[in-house]
Design a protein around this ligand. Structure first.
Ligand SMILES: Cc1ncc(C[n+]2csc(CCOP(=O)(O)OP(=O)(O)O)c2C)c(N)n1
Length: 230
């Protein structure tokens, strides 16, 4: 369903395309008797069960690299439910949107227009507004490089937020399109990043470069988030 019909079929072919305002459609759909409903309650339960299975975090920990499934599992277990999460745009977001369940209101601050570089500044703003809550931003390396100078702001004003930078040394989202549509013709998507842990320390913040998830678990346990036990 979308308010703009131009979107239909752009990425996936829908079996039923509905042009509508999401809010008013949902309000009416909720009031419709089951006989008129587009979907039976059994089918709804079946779909919801599939969603729960798909989005259940997996305690996967590769020995060799930071396994995003395992990272999401640890975040879900570790972070208090009122933690505010902010993010950038990028492929890394797939894991966050799949696995992290927002169970309380006002715990997600995301870039409506899909802007990179949003996560860190948004986290600083959220922490100023809700200083009693933990605030964690999740970014790709490309997005983080767009606004990382705001670490200086956070240090100067003593605003304690946590930033996770998923570093694959490419603009992964764009690279994926290049490889799909123009194989062997990638251009302008390699990144040559600094060591983000070291960079954070140069700004006067705490910084860690994490190459294996075991190290993250060992270093973070009970330190970055008070009371967190993995
Ligand atoms: C300000 C801005 N510029 C460009 C884009 C287009 N864009 C979307 S994702 C992306 C690459 C993201 O790369 P990275 O942050 O490294 O994350 P990855 O996809 O590798 O996980 C780009 C350039 C955007 N969303 N916002």
């Amino acid at each position: 369903m979308d308010i703009c019909p131009d979107i239909f079929g752009k990425v996936y072919a829908p079996s039923l395309a509905i042009e509508a305002d999401a809010k008013s459609f949902l309000e009416q759909a909720l009031q419709a008797p089951e006989s008129e409903s587009l979907i039976s309650s059994d089918h709804l339960k079946e779909l919801h069960d599939k969603y729960l299975e798909f989005s259940e975090t997996k305690a996967d920990y590769s020995e060799d690299f930071v396994d995003m499934d395992g990272l999401m599992h640890d975040l879900a277990v570790c972070l208090p439910k009122d933690t505010i999460i902010t993010n950038d745009a990028g492929n890394f977001f797939g894991w966050l949107s799949r696995y992290y369940r927002f169970e309380q209101e006002n715990t997600y601050v995301g870039p409506t227009s899909g802007a990179m570089g949003y996560g860190l500044p948004a986290a600083i703003g959220a922490k100023l507004a809700q200083p009693h809550k933990h605030v964690v931003s999740v970014s790709g390396d490309g997005g983080f490089m767009m606004t990382l100078q705001e670490i200086e702001t956070a240090v100067r004003y003593k605003i304690p937020t946590i930033s996770i930078v998923v570093n694959n040394n490419i603009y992964g989202t764009i690279r994926a399109h290049q490889e799909r549509h123009f194989p062997n013709r990638v251009v302008g998507t390699d990144l040559f990043n600094p060591d983000f842990g070291e960079l954070a320390r140069l700004f006067g913040a705490h910084g860690e470069k994490v190459e294996k998830i075991a190290i993250l678990r060992q270093r973070c346990n009970g330190r970055l988030i008070q009371g967190c036990r993995l």
